[in-house]
Design a binder for this molecule. Structure first.
Ligand SMILES: Cc1ncc(C[n+]2csc(CCOP(=O)(O)OP(=O)(O)O)c2C)c(N)n1
Ligand SMILES: [Mg+2]
Length: 324
């Protein structure tokens, strides 16, 4: 896991964060392009618009911490430091993929980088994170487990069970709800009476808070504070991070359920643009930021070429790594 060690000068940390967000954005755009050409096949769920959550959270975590995401997990993996060529190769079914092409877009993991994996079963990552956190507590290794899930997942039984379990045992778990206000094609407001999801933490006797998930620094500072508390044995926390996806739920989603104007409004508040404007206001030059963006773009282009040049996974090995 690559982590910017704290403390670090704010501007420096913000530029590192911006660069990571751009890498994630370009990775997702490259995946879109490859999916459109049907070079990548099957379902892909993109995190475009939510990048500050991953870049910010990983600036606050440490080597040895564990991250568990959903199927919308490419950004979490990148922020953990998984090389983009290994992610792209995975989606392309190449031997050089993080799981030799077995995991694909929605089910890959890369534990060497602290990325313990995606999960396509809504809510299922949270109990697994509790298992990791229980190990952390029993072995006193000082690590925290972060599990991310969506607003829709907040209505899954597994999430409630995980929060109750972690709360009772004071486990070092950071529950991150990426509230992009949609569960697939259904607005959260049509699924639950009280959309202040963070308030549910109170029912488990743990702290709960809502933050602006499109603000890299707000995410970083909040996760840093809560990770510190978790390491001190204070138990879990629920952080609701408000955000939006700027693309469909999955590739090919026509998004006809979105009210007119919503997307245009969301684009004004998207994290990369916001941070860029903030940095320009802090006297960082446009040239420096343009160079940073070009570097991110080139990194992803080179990674894609490397992944495309790699051999396809060998079908003779299909029965390897099966435990049934
Ligand atoms: C247990 C389970 N129920 C239903 C589904 C179908 N499904 C896939 S994604 C999704 C929506 C989840 O929305 P949310 O938790 O808000 O995450 P987001 O996709 O917005 O990141 C649903 C219902 C599933 N994969 N697993
Ligand atoms: Mg959602």
């Amino acid at each position: 896991m690559t982590v910017s060690d704290l403390p670090i000068k704010n501007t420096e940390a913000a530029i590192i964060g911006l660069s990571m967000m751009q890498r994630i954005r370009f990775l997702e755009e490259k995946i879109t392009e490859l999916r459109k050409q049907q070079i990548i096949q099957g379902s892909v769920h993109l995190c475009i618009g939510q990048e500050s959550i991953y870049a910010g959270a990983l600036q606050a975590l440490r080597q040895g911490d564990q991250v568990f995401s959903t199927y919308r997990g490419h950004g979490w993996a990148m922020a953990c430091g998984v090389p983009p060529e290994a992610i792209l190769a995975e989606l392309l079914g190449r031997q050089t993929g993080v799981n030799q092409g077995r995991g694909g877009s929605a089910y890959f993991s890369a534990a060497d980088w602290g990325f313990y994996g995606e999960n396509s079963i809504v809510g299922a990552g949270a109990p697994i994170a509790c298992g990791a956190a229980l190990t952390n507590k029993l072995t006193r290794n000082g690590a925290v487990a972060l599990t991310a899930f969506g607003d829709g997942a907040m209505n899954q039984g597994a999430i409630h069970e995980a929060m109750n379990f972690a709360a009772y045992l004071d486990l070092p778990v950071i529950f991150v709800c990426e509230n992009n206000v949609y569960s697939e094609l259904t607005p959260i407001a049509e699924m639950t009476r009280d959309t202040n999801l963070f308030k549910r933490a109170q029912a488990y006797g743990i702290p709960g808070m809502r933050i602006d998930g499109n603000d890299l620094e707000a995410v970083r500072d909040c996760v840093a504070e809560q990770a510190k508390a978790a390491r001190e044995g204070k138990g879990p926390v629920l952080i609701e991070m408000m955000t939006q996806r700027l693309v469909g739920h999955y590739y090919g989603d026509m998004q006809s359920y979105r009210p007119r104007g919503e997307l245009a409004e969301a684009k004004k508040n998207e994290p990369i643009l916001r941070l860029r404007e903030k940095l320009l206001g802090m006297d960082v030059s446009a040239t420096q930021l343009d160079d940073c963006e070009a570097d991110a773009r080139n990194t992803i282009e080179a990674a894609a070429q490397k992944a495309l040049d790699a051999p396809l996974a060998d079908t003779k090995t299909i029965l390897e790594h099966l435990y049934a």
